[in-house]
Design a protein around this ligand. Structure first.
Ligand code: BG6
Length: 470
């Protein structure tokens, strides 16, 4: 960046991002039903134990359900302009297919949103963050069933009507592309009960697309001036070598993610999928109205970004699993303790790709470093987290100069929470430490880490402190 361009836009939405199932706890309180998130003791790819056979970390999580006022005050102290949260579907419709909502559940979010308003923090609300009701999984087979569209519509209509005066920014499905890698958490499809085929997955995906487009339509009808976005898990992919075949492999990999934003941002299936469907014998059953419904496209495109990876067409090079994506490690990059390759420039690349592709506003709704912090004399010196976020934000600044239109940046897990992939607590992302451990012990006390004060100064300066030399 040069001297004349050192600021982020004045209305830039700085903040943090949480999901109900990773922070709230109170997993069966006040009428809440069981969700897919409540039955995974070892995280996304682990065993499904339904009903749970003991207490898992997510059942109490960070105790946000009881402590959200204290936590929101801390977010306000950091100067947050925005907080991304999700509404647990099972607090509002415990089974998912009821016609009348659970008033206690609705009241919790009334109170949460009014607390945010009191602190001038804009809520950004995800409608479905890996939180489908277990009842819909067991009785209907999850998103395989078209009936789920109607249940989701009812849920969405209920929350749009209830919160229309306080919530203007919405997201439909968290990391919708994850259905290809984690069909249970993303779509309620049980791999231990159903044979997962491409036919089945792409039919479920179609149902989610229709549900998402219906939500866009409803959102615009019910809430004045609201903006609704889609959300994908972003991943920058590089060819392992300059061999043309490796570049073709990159295109294939990118399309595995961009297919989802293509449909939601453009309003129709991209032509490259015709060949994929044909060669894989996939026939999507569509109803008459579907093509028209899909034309209700999103207002912005949001994504999570943690890492990058390499791709090759060679099958003698083994891919490694990190963040559920399987990729080949890049020899030029370092990795986090959990093997996620750290690549700030990959964020700039992803922003440019997405903006070139859609020319729609973008929103980085997750980014951060999972690390096992150590408390020393009551303090947490997490310089590594500051370095990670600083490097990424500098690249965000570069992308802004490249011409990308970015609405905001919400760092993942500003408050320590339960890891989605591994179900652990020691994988911490927070600026605020939560005294809670994998063996279920802990007081839940909150401690400000070094990164708390640093992020506060980033927001206060609207990004200027990222460039101390200018
Ligand atoms: C995203 C999810 O995949 O990454 C979050 O939307 C998740 O729910 C985050 O927590 C980080 O992943 P993990 O596995 O470290 O919790």
């Amino acid at each position: 960046m040069n001297n004349n361009s050192l600021t982020f836009p004045s209305n830039f939405l700085w903040g943090g991002a949480l999901s109900a199932n990773q922070v709230e706890g109170a997993y069966l309180e006040d009428g809440k039903g069981l969700s897919v998130a409540d039955v995974l003791p070892e995280g996304i790819l682990g065993r499904i134990v339904s009903p749970p056979d003991r207490e898992y970390l997510k059942h109490k999580a960070s105790d946000f359900y009881n402590r959200y006022k204290e936590d929101i005050a801390l977010f306000a102290e950091m100067g947050f302009k925005c907080l991304r949260v999700s509404i647990a579907w099972t607090r509002i419709f415990p089974n998912g297919d009821e016609s009348e909502p659970n008033e206690d559940g609705l009241r919790f979010y009334d109170s949460l949103f009014s607390e945010l308003k009191r602190h001038n923090i804009e809520p950004l609300v995800t409608l479905s963050h890996y939180e489908m009701p277990m009842y819909l999984v067991e009785e209907y087979g999850g998103w395989i069933s078209r009936s789920v569209i109607g249940f989701f519509e009812n849920f969405v209509k209920t929350v749009f009507n209830r919160y229309k005066d306080v919530v203007k920014y919405w997201i439909t499905f968290n990391e919708i592309n994850m259905i290809l890698h984690a069909p249970f958490i993303a779509a309620g499809i049980r791999p231990d009960k159903v044979e997962i085929t491409n036919q089945l997955l792409y039919q479920a995906i179609h149902h989610q697309f229709v549900a998402s487009a219906k939500a866009v339509k409803l959102c615009h009808e019910i809430i004045d001036g609201a903006k609704l976005g889609c959300m994908i898990a972003g991943l920058a992919v590089y060819p392992l070598t300059p061999r043309p075949d490796d570049s073709l492999e990159v295109i294939k990999r990118e399309r595995e993610s961009y297919f989802f934003s293509d449909v939601q941002a453009r309003g129709y299936y991209p032509s490259y999928m015709n060949r994929f469907f044909r060669e894989n014998n996939i026939i999507i059953t569509m109803e008459e109205e579907d093509k028209e419904i899909l034309k209700h496209t999103v207002d912005f495109v949001s994504f999570s970004y943690y890492m990058s990876g390499c791709a090759t067409s060679r099958d003698d090079i083994e891919e490694q699993e990190a963040n559920i994506f399987k990729t080949i490690p890049n020899p030029h990059l370092k990795s986090s303790e959990w093997g996620w390759q750290i690549d700030a420039k990959g964020l700039r690349i992803t922003l440019n790709h997405l903006y070139d592709r859609y020319q729609k506003p973008l929103f980085i709704v997750e980014n951060g470093l999972g690390a096992n912090d150590e408390v020393v004399d009551g303090q947490i010196h997490d310089g590594y987290r500051i370095d990670y976020i600083k490097e990424h934000l500098i690249q965000v600044g570069e992308a802004l100069l490249d011409g990308v239109y970015l609405m905001g940046y919400t760092s993942w897990g500003p408050l320590d929470l339960v890891s989605q992939s591994t179900g652990e607590f020691r994988k911490r992302y927070g600026f605020i430490f939560v005294d809670k451990y994998d063996d279920l012990t802990g007081t839940y006390n909150r401690i400000k880490k070094d990164s708390f004060y640093w992020y506060k100064s980033v927001i206060q300066s609207n990004g200027r402190i990222l460039y101390p030399d200018c």
